[in-house]
Design a binder for this molecule. Structure first.
Ligand code: NCN
Ligand code: DMD
Length: 353
């Protein structure tokens, strides 16, 4: 492995099992039949282990949206033009995008990083400009990224996660924006899971049935073209991924190395999570999956990660929006866990046997 990428092999943090034990003991004492809060109970215990405290919180949250364009869009794999990527980056900063509204409403910090849009975003303050090129190359013709672009995209993600961790953030949300990136994510998923392109390709931002068929065919040709190089997950990411997907993978690895839990968004973020797990085994022990995307291939990637999404709302927006929508649930998990009375405090008789 290139020495620029040695950090990918640094050890993953270990959750605090003592904090988990204390949180489990507290759950057992709260005034409810044991187990009556269902999955919320296990979530409180996992958050406790991750945050190394018996009373975790979900208040300090940062959403980092990574944006980049995709050369494969020239094959007609998206219902929208490439210009939308830069236009949306502009809106993230101006406050009109869904994720901007969600971040404001939730009191979450929002960081926007442009890793390589083809078009200019206009002069908007609040976008970190780390452009690595005018989008990736078309992966039907060659690797999507050079080795240097891959290393820099991974590092951009690593640095964003390290900034969040150093700032005392307690939960990290990664988001993405990139017209064409469901094709890259589906190709990644197919290559990493050994699945057919048809199992992973879906409508994305709005393809019709014929468009989905064409998209699967493009992915099939790309898998054939890149052939045996796809045995190496780093090469899968470089050849089929995107700047924003690689940055997400780098961010997720760093979060796990630094002990910062990640709330994973939809289809593209889950593809990045899968790539992260292949690059640095066991990082997925730090991931929670926010929602089941409407993109049909999402379920296969979640299954491979043994991930059970918190919500299923038919969302397929990206931007980190599904994770943001799940955040209030985590906040309720934490406030219930910390705020409910125990049987002893309330003077209520516990379970008789
Ligand atoms: O997060 C998801 O599950 C998701 C599912 C479908 C589409 N998207 C968003 O739509 C864009 C990609 O769609 P497409 O069809 O251009 O590949 C990209 O900006 C993603 O954020 C996101
Ligand atoms: C308008 C629009 C907004 C988006 N946000 C994330 N992906 C998107 C795709 C489109 C097309």
């Amino acid at each position: 492995m290139n020495s620029d990428l040695a950090w990918l092999k640094e050890p993953v943090a270990r959750p605090d099992e003592n904090a988990a034990r204390l949180a489990a003991e507290r759950q057992a004492m709260l005034i409810k039949p044991p187990g009556a809060l269902g999955r919320l109970e296990a979530l409180a215990i996992r958050l406790a282990a991750w945050q190394r405290t018996p009373k975790p919180t979900a208040d300090r949250v940062r959403i980092v949206v990574f944006a980049g364009d995709h050369g494969v869009t020239e094959e007609g794999v998206s219902a929208f033009p490439q210009s939308v990527t830069a236009a949306m980056v502009n809106q993230f900063a101006r406050g009109g995008a869904a994720i901007s509204v969600l971040a404001r409403t939730l009191g979450a910090e929002l960081e926007v990083i442009n890793l390589g849009t083809v078009e200019e975003t206009g002069s908007v303050p609040g976008v970190l400009d780390l452009r690595l090129g005018l989008g990736t190359a078309n992966f039907l013709r060659g690797p999507a990224m050079t080795e240097r672009q891959l290393a820099e995209a991974l590092r951009a993600g690593r640095d964003a996660a390290a900034r969040a961790s150093s700032a005392g953030i307690r939960i990290f949300i990664g988001g993405e924006m990139g017209i064409g990136n469901t094709t890259a994510a589906a190709a990644l998923g197919a290559a990493l899971l050994g699945e057919t392109p048809e199992a992973l390709a879906g409508p994305g931002a709005g393809l019709d049935t014929e468009g989905v068929r064409r998209k699967a065919e493009i992915i099939r040709r790309a898998l054939d073209r890149h052939g045996s190089y796809l045995a190496d997950p780093l090469e899968v990411l470089r050849r089929l991924g995107g700047f924003e997907i690689a940055a997400l993978a780098g961010a997720f690895v760093t979060c796990a190395q630094r002990g910062l839990p990640v709330l994973v968004d939809g289809f593209i973020c889950t593809a990045a999570a899968l790539a992260a797990e292949r690059l640095c085994p066991r990082v997925s022990g730090w991931f929670l999956y926010a929602h089941a995307s409407a993109e049909p291939g999402h379920a296969r990637m979640l299954a491979a990660l043994d991930g059970k999404p918190l919500l299923d709302l038919g969302m397929r927006l990206g931007e980190g929006s599904g994770a943001a929508v799940a955040l209030p649930l985590l906040r309720l998990v934490c406030t219930l866990h910390a705020g409910m009375a125990t049987f002893e405090e309330a003077g209520i008789a516990g379970k008789s046997s």
